[in-house]
Design a protein around this ligand. Structure first.
Ligand SMILES: Cc1cc2nc3c(=O)[nH]c(=O)nc-3n(C[C@H](O)[C@H](O)[C@H](O)COP(=O)(O)O)c2cc1C
Length: 171
């Protein structure tokens, strides 16, 4: 079974979570890890997982990515998860999961990149197999809160269980 994980990460925190999710899948799936700028497309995969930073309560936009760069982010800001999803082919019920990173102190505010991404993917015919998940950073540039990398590994392992039928689908 093939899993395709794609992430956007301006400061590197979402990239770290994406790696942890892949690690959590731990050899049970054939995992490909991609960035939104590397041009790879998820063709014929058994699971699509997308991740990005929450910017202004949703997925990033060119303006918010420029803002991140002005705050010291080093990544290529030309394309984000929103634009990557714009090019997503029809899902035909392919299992799908989304995660994001966001700042701990505004944890209670409702908007998140993962929820926005899940909404788009659902409209494209992907089947959400678990709730959109957030992983938390201390401040805009990071770092991830203690324990979040381990939590991301567990989340990756749970996705394998969902896919292989050990855990029941969420929706
Ligand atoms: C322009 C901008 C807007 C942001 N808006 C939010 C927000 O609405 N909610 C939130 O929790 N974090 C917000 N953040 C913090 C980001 O979520 C944080 O920088 C991100 O999780 C870091 O991930 P990365 O290292 O992968 O880029 C914002 C950051 C930037 C630069």
């Amino acid at each position: 079974m093939r899993a395709f994980i794609v992430h956007e990460s301006l400061f590197g925190n979402t990239a770290r979570v994406a790696q942890a999710v892949a690690d959590g899948m731990g050899g049970h799936l054939d995992v490909e890890l991609h960035t939104v700028v590397d041009g790879a497309r998820p063709e014929g995969v058994d699971l699509l997982v997308v991740g990005g930073p929450t910017h202004a309560f949703s997925m990033s936009r060119a303006t918010t990515r420029a803002d991140a760069v002005s705050q010291g982010a080093g990544a290529d800001p030309t394309i984000g998860l929103r634009e990557w999803l714009d090019q997503l082919p029809e899902g035909n019920d392919t299992p799908f999961a989304a995660f994001d990173t966001r700042v701990d102190i505004v944890r209670r505010l409702p908007g998140s990149a993962a929820k926005s991404a899940a909404k788009v993917a659902r409209k494209r015919g992907y089947r959400l197999v678990t709730r959109p998940e957030s992983f938390y950073v201390e401040d805009t540039p990071g770092p991830l809160l203690e324990g979040e990398v381990q939590r991301a590994e567990v989340w990756g392992a749970q996705l394998v269980e969902i896919l292989t039928g050990t855990l029941r689908d969420w929706g």
